[in-house]
Ligand binder design. Sequence first.
Ligand code: F6P
Length: 494
Amino acid sequence: MLATKNAAADPGDPGVPAGDYGFVVAASRLPVDRVDEPDGETEWRRSPGGLVTALEPVMREANGAWVGWPGSAGPAPEPFDADGMHLVCVGLSEDEVSDFYEGFCNATLWPLYHDVIVPPVFRRPWWESYVTVNRRFARAVAEQAALGATVWVNDYQLQLVPGMLRTLRSDVRIGFFNHIPFPGYEIFAQLPWRRQIIEGLLGADLLGFQRHGDTANFLRACRRATGKSTRGSLIQVPDPAGARIVRAGSFPVSIDFSAFAELAGRPDVRARAREIRDGLGNPDVVLLGVDRLDYTKGILHRLNAYGELLDEGRLSSPGTVFIMVASPSRERVEHYRILRDEVETTVGRINGQHGELGALGSPPVHYLHQSFPREEMAALYLTADVMLVTSLRDGMNLVAKEFVACRDDESGALVLSEFTGAADELAGAFLVNPHDIEGLKDAIVRAATIQAQEARRRMRSMRRRVRENDVAHWAASFLDALKGAPDQLEGVSL
Ligand code: F6P
């Protein structure tokens, strides 16, 4: 359906014959994780993470192929079909999991792109592994893509794929979307391989970012790191076939609003929400935090603010319970291990100080270092009175949008960091600077004591926004821009 435009174009490298799929998604993860059972059987389980949630409905509709890593070290299994998608595995060796995934992706790029909350580590063997793995992905995509196909490459793990793919298959149309922030140039410039990253990205026809600020940062990096000319959102890129014009723009990602709304309306999910609240001893106020256990999420800032509110008696236990879901993530990376220790110490301190022997229900913090299925998440979103999203830096934060989508009675309040992409859209939230602990405490108290009418007004506006700008809208606007990109640019010179 999407593969028509360049059907007569040169398929490029004769070593990579065109494949069968008119629409190919490349992402570091497959939408499923491989689980090797002790009895030798292999099971595929839906993997956690915002990207999967965002792209899965689009893939189903377009009947495309998804190229990704199955989530554990080892050779790639043969392609297979699941959930209406053709899944193509890219295998990573043990060394590549350590150098590419844990190293360059999550100890170099992740902290660098999140404003160096922890110091990024620059190691040359990690970069070499990044190049090797990106090349493997580019080749796998090139093998699947039909002549003139549309290819959508996702996220910071695969920034070299657009350029490598263009060399292999000049006939395909390439979009790249960055799900995480793109940092200011003064930070990006620290990267020893900054020029190669920009050149790799510029292999795409369209580059999508979450916020206008990310796009502006990227355009500046194009000028500063590679000397490219830009005008507005257009970048001129020299090409063997004459100069190409690449476009950059912001496309805020979203969620499948109706799927969450539907879940939240299910009698079993609503009953589960009541059961959770009963199990907590029916407190007056339930606060909720849901994150991957990641230092970008401001989990300690949130815990410290809550602890101080209890210390000061502005909130009380057991009248208030904070359910904190922190799902396991990147557990072998040093800063994630350090964070886990700090979080668990802090939770223990708050519970030790404010828990009551013999009190009904829960301790002040109900900490869950686990991942849950969507049904349970929807029940938790329904249970909460206040959702706390306190990221220090976050591309979007889909959890904030999921919470809003579940609140069909328009109750509940959202405390939201201004350093998330979601803050640009959810004006009905209590916006906070998570570094300002006093401001954060005030916002939590205001949200916990909000009048029903004000909560309704705020929630209604946020729900409208997410309903009208759901994941289908996001994907359609990106794909429309990608389809139109080169045609709209004919005759443009910079
Ligand atoms: O949204 C950012 C992101 O890194 C995605 O690319 C990824 O799927 C998700 O977070 C989970 O991270 P990981 O793949 O490292 O578990």
